[in-house]
Design a protein. Structure first.
Ligand code: ADP
Ligand code: MG
Length: 276
């Protein structure tokens, strides 16, 4: 699904990612570990086009998204992202937070199709009856889309037991509730993959469990996930592979049992000895 080839990123003359190579297949749960400042967030931000790589390629579903010409909005519909600090819109209700992106993008699709159809109709006026171009079928109205997106958002809220919070603002939620809303918000786009950047690091300890549970459920359903985390339990139990990023490079990549029982890289051995 994602092929990262020699990915490099510098800020000014500071080289942060020094040639990352990794393949992420459909259904993979990839845990990313590494010391603070090693480039883990920068790596995820490059995957999600929030940073422009300085070198290398990221082939996602066959398209190089490191190429400046790709449509970022089209790309992001297929790749969800969950942040350490939730990044919910505080001036929107919980329901609006979940609905906003899919409603906006699907309505925009209709506008685009209508515009295209106007052009096609115009061109068709000058074409012979055997050469007329077909119009793009538009089967839904914006009202129907909004209704559908709202139903899906409510179903997702129900799934995490927060349907009664649909009309409140995020500031009234606990950290664990905010993060679970952020996760279903990314699911509402039906993405191919969800990237998580330390999703439990900003939570009070008693709220970490509920967020990890939701992530485990997602993993069981076959969602492809890349998870930067310090939760060793999650990496061990849920991940299909674990990566160790240090100094802008992947220093080790292995299945969890191998990764934790027989670390080969000296820096990983040192890292694990400090946290386990
Ligand atoms: P991690 O997530 O592993 O803690 P980051 O990817 O956030 O590490 O950061 C790696 C390095 O890149 C850090 O030294 C950080 O200061 C630097 N960095 C990150 N973003 C920027 C930026 N926008 N401008 C300059 N330096 C940055
Ligand atoms: Mg980080």
């Amino acid at each position: 699904m994602i092929d990262v080839i020699n990915l490099q990123k510098s800020f000014g003359d500071k080289e942060i990612l020094k040639g990352i190579n990794v393949t992420i297949n459909k259904g993979d749960i990839v845990a990313v570990l590494g010391p603070s400042g090693s480039g883990k967030s920068t790596f995820l931000r490059c995957l999600n086009c929030m940073e422009d790589p300085t070198g290398g390629s990221i082939i996602f579903n066959g398209v190089d998204i490191a190429d400046m010409k790709v449509d970022i909005n089209q790309h992001r519909r297929h790749m969800g992202m969950v942040f350490q600090h939730f990044n919910l819109y505080n001036n929107k209700t919980v329901l609006q937070n979940v609905m906003m992106a899919p409603a906006y993008l699907r309505c925009k699709d209709i506008d685009k199709a209508k515009k295209k159809n106007r052009m096609i109709k115009f061109k068709n006026m000058f074409r012979g009856s055997d050469k007329k171009e077909e119009l793009i079928p538009i089967t839904e109205t914006k009202e129907q889309i909004k209704k559908e997106v709202k139903e899906q958002a409510m179903a997702l809220l129900k799934r995490i037991g927060l349907e009664d919070k649909a009309d409140v603002y995020p500031s009234t939620l606990s950290g664990g509730q905010k993060q679970r809303v952020a996760i279903i918000r990314s699911m509402a786009m039906n993405p191919d993959v969800i990237l998580f950047d330390e999703p439990t690091s900003a939570l009070d300890p008693e709220m970490v469990g509920e967020v990890l549970e939701l992530m485990k459920d997602l993993a069981k359903e076959g969602m492809t996930m890349v998870v930067v985390t310090h939760e060793m339990g999650f990496a061990r139990e849920v991940a299909s592979r674990v990566l160790f990023i240090d100094d802008g490079q992947i220093k080790e990549e292995a299945a969890p049992a191998e990764f934790f029982e027989h670390p080969k890289d000296p820096r990983l051995q040192e890292f694990l000895s400090k946290i386990l």
